[in-house]
Ligand binder design. Structure first.
Ligand SMILES: [Zn+2]
Length: 318
């Protein structure tokens, strides 16, 4: 038994001991305690959007700006979560439309720890060959969005083109910004540069409002990064806005949209973008999908007396 499985099994055993329950953890056929593939498909008009989980990342209040540890704990408690760290989901979305496959973000690959990096296995469980993806649209070039394009064997999306906002490509791979960046940020630039390099000549940039093909339009949502962008998918009168990183800790940032995260390149801009977009989608009823909303991360935003709430889309049985 490897160390990771041992730790997971020990945690289950400890939980059983403290609660008096006796049970065995559910295991997938490969022996992993994480269960079966986390992938779920939703029809959007004539297109199909499949939410793919890459796993999760615990986020503690220290990573956020504008919320006290007490407020963080009480918002998590109100969401029926333990208060120490929020298990933030990391999702990507496969869009199948017009006979092609477009993957919005790629998850982390091996870039970020053992709770993550499950996107490839979830795609494989669906029988989706990464070489069958025509286009990767990166909402931005952070490791949890493009890390999946980096493996020891090279870029698994061997035939795909990469589309990314021009400002993000320049910021992360242009070479100038990283010269001013602190040592601890250099790894972010390395991952962005290496992930982009894996696409060779097949890299295209876009601007706000660009037609990304197959009913998809780019929506520049700056702040989290300079070129951070969502993807609006429209098909046969139906629509879904895949909004990237508009929220990172949903129980906190829906209630308090002014709360930012240390990874934001421009925190005031990120907060302003979030406030404007939450107001817009709550007003016009646009269905949204979020890379860091709990899997599958698709649903609707509503105004509350203070801040906003999120109602998940009905689970697509069958
Ligand atoms: Zn992210």
């Amino acid at each position: 038994m490897d160390r990771r499985r041992f730790l997971a099994t020990s945690t289950f055993a400890a939980l059983g001991a403290t609660t008096g329950l006796r049970f065995s953890p559910v295991m997938a056929q490969d022996g992993s305690p994480m269960g079966v593939a986390a992938a779920r498909s939703f029809p959007i008009g004539g297109a199909t959007v499949t939410a793919l989980s890459d796993g999760f990342l615990p986020i503690t209040p220290e990573a956020l700006i504008g919320v006290t540890p007490e407020e963080f704990a009480s918002l998590l408690e109100a969401a029926h979560l333990p208060g120490e760290a929020h298990p933030t989901g990391v999702n990507a979305y496969l869009v199948e439309a017009g006979g092609t496959r477009v993957l919005i973000d790629t998850g982390t690959g091996t870039a970020m720890g053992p709770g993550l990096g499950q996107l490839a296995a979830n795609m494989a469980a669906l029988g989706i060959d990464p070489a069958s993806i025509e286009t990767i649209v990166a909402t931005h070039l952070h490791p949890d969005h493009v890390g999946g394009a980096l493996t020891d064997a090279g870029n698994p999306f061997s035939k795909a083109g990469l589309k990314v906002h021009a400002a993000d490509l320049d910021f992360w791979t242009g070479g100038e910004v990283r010269k001013q960046a602190p040592a601890e940020a250099q790894g972010f630039f390395d991952i962005a540069e290496n992930a982009v390099a894996g696409f060779g000549e097949r890299v295209e940039t876009f601007e706000d409002g660009a037609d990304l093909g197959h009913g998809m339009t780019a929506m520049h949502l700056p702040g989290h990064t300079v070129g951070h962008s969502g993807v609006m998918l429209e098909s046969e009168g139906d629509a879904l806005l895949i909004w990237g990183d508009i929220v990172h800790v949903p129980p906190v940032q829906f209630a308090m949209p002014e709360v930012t995260i240390g990874f934001d390149t421009d925190q005031p801009q990120a907060a302003a973008t979030r406030a404007a977009l939450l107001d817009q989608v709550a007003t016009d009823g646009t269905r949204v999908a979020g890379m860091h909303i709990g899997f599958p991360g698709i649903g609707w935003v509503e105004k509350r007396s203070e801040g906003y709430g999120f109602t998940p889309a009905p689970f697509p049985y069958g």
